[in-house]
Design a protein around this ligand. Structure first.
Ligand SMILES: Cc1cc2nc3c(=O)[nH]c(=O)nc-3n(C[C@H](O)[C@H](O)[C@H](O)COP(=O)(O)OP(=O)(O)OC[C@H]3O[C@@H](n4cnc5c(N)ncnc54)[C@H](O)[C@@H]3O)c2cc1C
Ligand code: SF4
Length: 545
């Protein structure tokens, strides 16, 4: 039995923000602009701000212009204006240029490293007096009389057996009048808050995609700074939603990523291998040839849109950014909407603090519904679900109708009929997919990829991937679906061993986890629960990602 741990020490704040991504940092900055005396603390599970940030990223600067109008003077790292948009449909050997939909026009936007933008936002927040604690995951909700009263950070130095080791340090209670959850897509505490306060009642399920990304340095001759290219079609079939992005920026850098909707049906599909083989297409190859892969990572993103945004406020706090789900899918952008949601929540918190600090944050919901975020998401609400309903070709046709003729004002709303974990076919009735072997120059395997994500976890700690019922890994996942987690995990965390000897067992290599959250989303019966590992664990994405 694990030893009883000493009590935790507590610190008191007006506001605690969980997560140092664009939404959490924008909320912190706005709050200190409006209420300079408020005590604001932000915790981040990555080893530094930016370490866990993975995004395209083409940034629409609308929210940033509102938050820090003189960002240029203050040295914000927005250096490459987007100058050329290309949207392509691929067959196995050819590429056809399609008209670029209006949502995908990027004039006025910038190709950035979102990690670097967050590092810079972190500096702005600290200059205003926000206390930032990187390396401290929020591991537990604190609740007093039905109201969220802050969070507790995770203990450090607990061994695999659950007992303290020589490096043991008890977590801290960070108590607050208001707690803003800015954990990004599928936040582990946000998930608990949504359940605890039934925030999803009468709303569609959230739906997701996995985005896998590589950062490349390429010869100057291949580099077209400002080019923003997206593709649909090959290598995916017409029932699987997804496509690639290729953004040329900085000094000879290309941000390449592949996104696949997690409502995919074929359990043999491997998002990682689709992402690798895309680079062998004649259209794609030329971007990378002679280049060098610098970094790798993966992260889930929200795709549910307006229909899937849960109730946002609850006693003692609110959800902001991707923790709620403000990604504009046709635009492939969520940074500007996430930042704006953080700013609006901060305005509601400043009002609530001025009124005594005990009221709720329903003012945040009202502000959001009156904002450009709501208007933007409302106009595109039918586009992503139309691809689930009609497939790639029907979805493209419907999207053209919805955009050019109905102008987003259709008198109907398509819904998301089920969550992504319910879509897999049995392995026996789905077509097996054979993927080519990596060549080590253009295409790679999972382990060499994880290596360049600089992922690191203390080995002697309790596993952070909890199986509610370990038997299900074999009795259901293996027997019915042939363990799809071994394919959808982009980091090779889940491995089936012993199958050849007739004794399949699931081995979990938790130290490789890049915190993408896909297993928490896609496991067929939600048997996998992702919880925060020891502080600072996970990827260490470099500047540029
Ligand atoms: C592959 C990909 C490509 C994308 N491309 C674009 C693009 O080109 N343009 C665009 O605008 N948007 C893009 N997006 C979406 C965009 O990245 C998100 O909408 C945006 O980052 C959301 O910001 P956020 O602050 O809500 O969450 P995040 O950026 O996910 O940040 C959350 C932060 O909270 C931390 N955290 C989580 N849980 C805890 C915890 N319990 N304790 C402490 N810290 C915690 C995380 O480590 C992270 O640093 C893309 C997303 C992906 C995955
Ligand atoms: S274990 Fe889960 S969260 Fe970690 S990398 Fe694999 S799929 Fe992503």
């Amino acid at each position: 039995m694990a030893e009883e741990l000493p009590p935790r020490e507590a610190m008191e704040f007006d506001v605690v923000i969980v997560g140092g991504g664009p939404s959490g940092l924008a909320a912190a900055i706005r709050l200190k602009q409006l209420a300079p005396d408020a005590a604001v603390c932000l915790v981040e599970k990555g080893s530094e701000i930016g370490a866990h940030i993975l995004s395209g990223a083409v940034l629409e600067p609308r929210a940033l212009n509102e938050l820090i109008p003189d960002w240029r003077k203050k040295g914000a790292p927005l250096e490459t204006p987007a100058t050329d948009d290309r949207f392509l449909y691929l067959t196995a050997t050819r590429a056809f240029r399609l008209p670029t939909p209006p949502q995908m026009h990027n004039t006025g936007n910038y190709i950035v490293s979102l990690g670097n933008v967050c590092r810079w936002l972190g500096q702005q927040a600290e200059a205003l007096g926000v206390e930032i604690y990187p390396g401290f995951p929020a591991a537990e909700l604190l609740e007093d009389s039905g109201r969220i009263a802050g969070i507790a950070t995770g203990d450090m130095g607990i061994g695999k057996d659950g007992n303290p080791t020589d490096t043991f340090q008890r977590g801290m209670e960070l108590r607050a009048r208001y707690t803003l959850f800015a954990e990004g897509c599928r936040g582990s505490l946000s998930k608990q808050v949504i359940r605890r306060f039934n925030l999803r009642d009468d709303h569609d399920p959230q739906t997701y995609a996995i985005g896998i990304k590589e950062l490349w340095e390429v010869p100057a001759a291949n580099h077209k700074p400002g080019l923003v290219e997206h593709t649909v079609g090959w290598p995916l079939d017409a029932r699987t939603y997804g496509g690639s992005f290729l953004y040329h920026f900085g000094s000879n850098l290309i941000s390449y990523g592949f996104v696949i909707g997690l409502d995919y049906r074929n359990p043999w599909l491997s998002p990682f291998d689709e992402m690798q083989r895309f680079k062998t297409h004649p259209e794609a190859r030329g971007h990378f040839e002679g280049g060098r892969r610098i970094s790798y990572g993966a992260r889930a993103l929200n795709e549910g849109g307006l229909q899937s945004i849960p109730r946002l406020a609850f006693p003692g706090g609110a959800l902001i950014g991707d923790a709620a789900g403000f990604v504009n899918v046709p635009k492939i952008k969520g940074t500007h909407t996430s930042m704006k949601s953080g700013m609006l929540a901060a305005e509601a918190v400043a009002d609530a603090l001025a009124a005594g600090g005990t009221g709720d944050l329903s003012g945040y919901e009202t502000r959001l519904r009156d904002s450009w975020v709501w208007q933007e998401l409302s106009l595109v609400r039918n586009i992503r679900p139309s691809f689930a309903k009609f497939g790639l070709y029907g979805g493209l046709a419907y999207s053209a109708l919805d955009t050019y003729v109905l102008r987003g004002k259709a008198p109907w709303t398509f819904h998301h009929p089920h969550p992504d974990n319910e879509t897999l076919l049995d392995a026996s009735s789905a077509q097996r997919i054979e993927y080519p072997r990596p060549d080590g120059a253009l295409t790679f395997d999972r382990l060499s990829s994880v290596f360049i994500s600089n992922t690191n976890h203390e080995e002697n700690q309790p596993g952070h991937l909890h199986l509610a019922d370990p038997k299900i890994a074999i009795t259901l996942n293996w027997q019915r679906y042939r363990s799809p987690e071994a394919r959808y995990c982009p980091a090779g965390v889940y491995e089936i061993v012993g199958a050849d000897e007739g004794n399949p067992q699931l081995q979990i290599n938790a130290q490789n986890c890049v915190h993408c959250k896909t297993c928490d989303i896609k496991d067929p019966v939600q048997n996998i629960d992702w919880v925060t590992p020891e502080g600072g664990g996970g990827p260490n994405y470099p500047g540029g990602m």
